[in-house]
Design a protein around this ligand. Structure first.
Ligand code: FNR
Length: 181
């Protein structure tokens, strides 16, 4: 049985550090032969319209939303990677979460892990706000290992394209996608 993981990034920046974390997670799993039974798919949320329930007609959603909801529904597990914006979850990620929460809720019962690269506290406040939202969605969060990364503290951990280039952080990151197995 292959465990399907849907990976969502809360930043839309081309050179997002958090998208870099997802790419590293994908790379980590591809290198672990015992992890062949896990597949991570990066799901782009940048084309989703802003949530407006007027866009729902007779229980159907705009095509990009239908496609997104389908990908969440068919995933077994979710990997979120995001900065915090103003001590909370980013607007693009909340928008995506809200779309897939419309009935029937696509998030229910999925194992969920969180990564974050942000400023000062490494995005911890995003983690805790996401966990609160997840109570209503019925997501099942993996509590440990926790992964918060201050992306601005030297030495720099990412290259100019947002790729993770620091071995120590890469080691620390490994436990998170693997915890979804
Ligand atoms: C931020 N940033 C930020 N960082 C933080 O640690 N705590 C915060 O509350 C905020 N607030 C915030 C608000 C807004 C609107 C922006 C645009 C940024 C900084 C943020 O962590 C930083 O830009 C990260 O690099 C973003 O991650 P990506 O885009 O590299 O994945």
């Amino acid at each position: 049985v292959v465990i399907k993981v849907a990976a969502l990034c809360g930043s839309l920046r081309k050179a997002s550090f958090n998208r870099g974390l997802i790419h590293s997670a994908i790379q980590i799993l591809s290198e672990k032969s015992w992890m062949n039974r896990m597949e991570i798919e990066y799901i782009d949320i940048s084309e989703l319209p802003m949530l407006n329930t007027d866009l729902e007609v007779d229980g159907t959603f705009p095509p990009q939303v239908e496609e997104f909801r389908h990908k969440i529904l068919e995933a077994d597990s979710i990997l979120f990677a995001s900065p915090e914006y103003n001590y909370s979850i980013t607007a693009p990620l909340k928008n995506a979460i809200d779309w897939a929460s419309r009935p029937p809720n696509c998030w229910a019962d999925k194992a969920t892990a969180i990564l974050s690269a942000s400023g000062g506290s490494g995005g911890s406040r995003f983690h805790y706000h996401l966990r609160q939202i997840g109570v209503f969605l019925n997501l099942h969060f993996i509590n440990k290992p926790e992964f918060f990364l201050n992306a601005f503290e030297p030495p720099f951990k990412f290259d100019s394209n947002g790729n993770l280039i620091n071995e120590e952080v890469m080691e620390k990151l490994k436990g998170v996608p693997c915890s979804l197995a």
